[in-house]
Design a protein around this ligand. Structure first.
Ligand SMILES: [Zn+2]
Length: 181
């Protein structure tokens, strides 16, 4: 999902159509809103008329105009009113959102960084213990005893040498054995 598409979704949900309409001189009827979560409004697109040709829906944060035969989202509204392109409308509305926008890709990137950090920060001993646990799992799950013993020996050697390059290699070997199962 592109960042622009994510921003557009965010704007449709979190930029108040009620406030936008108000800023264009189309106030919502509070009594109707309270009773029905909708409000009859004059359409701000085809020319503000005295006939209440459109209806605002709180549930979808949009309005429908019977004369235009169209649903308007906050994006559609400012595209029509300001002559913006889709991207311009999205970027114009984004700062009006009450909820801060965070792109999904940025979140997963952040998570990946956090994971990397915690892995790099975990001590040599912790990693040896984890390897040992993995080897026990491998042994219990039906690997040849000789293979398991070989892995335990390697863990012992790496543990004694305190060589982090060898440790990393061994982690890869053990992970591969686990995955091949
Ligand atoms: Zn209209």
């Amino acid at each position: 999902m592109s960042v622009l598409f994510q921003k557009a979704q965010h704007v449709r949900e979190h930029v108040s159509m009620g406030q936008l309409l108000d800023s264009y001189g189309v106030p919502l009827r509070e009594d109707q809103l309270k009773a029905y979560k909708t409000s009859q409004i004059p359409c701000p697109i085809h020319g503000v008329d005295n006939h209440k040709s459109a209806k605002f829906f709180e549930s979808s944060n949009s309005f429908y105009c019977w004369t235009c035969s169209k649903v308007y989202s906050p994006i559609d509204l400012v595209m029509e009113k300001e002559g913006f392109s889709f991207a311009e409308a999205v970027n114009f509305l984004l700062p009006l959102s009450k909820v801060p926008f965070v792109a999904v890709d940025e979140i997963s990137l952040l998570n990946a960084q956090l994971e990397k950090k915690s892995c790099a920060e975990s001590s040599f001993e912790d990693r040896i213990i984890l390897l040992d646990q993995k080897c026990r799992w491998i042994y219990k799950n039906g690997y040849l005893l000789s293979d398991a013993i070989r892995l335990f020996e390697l863990i012992d050697n790496v543990s004694l040498s305190h060589n982090s390059v060898h440790l990393q290699k061994l982690e890869e070997v053990v992970d591969n054995v686990q995955c091949s199962r």
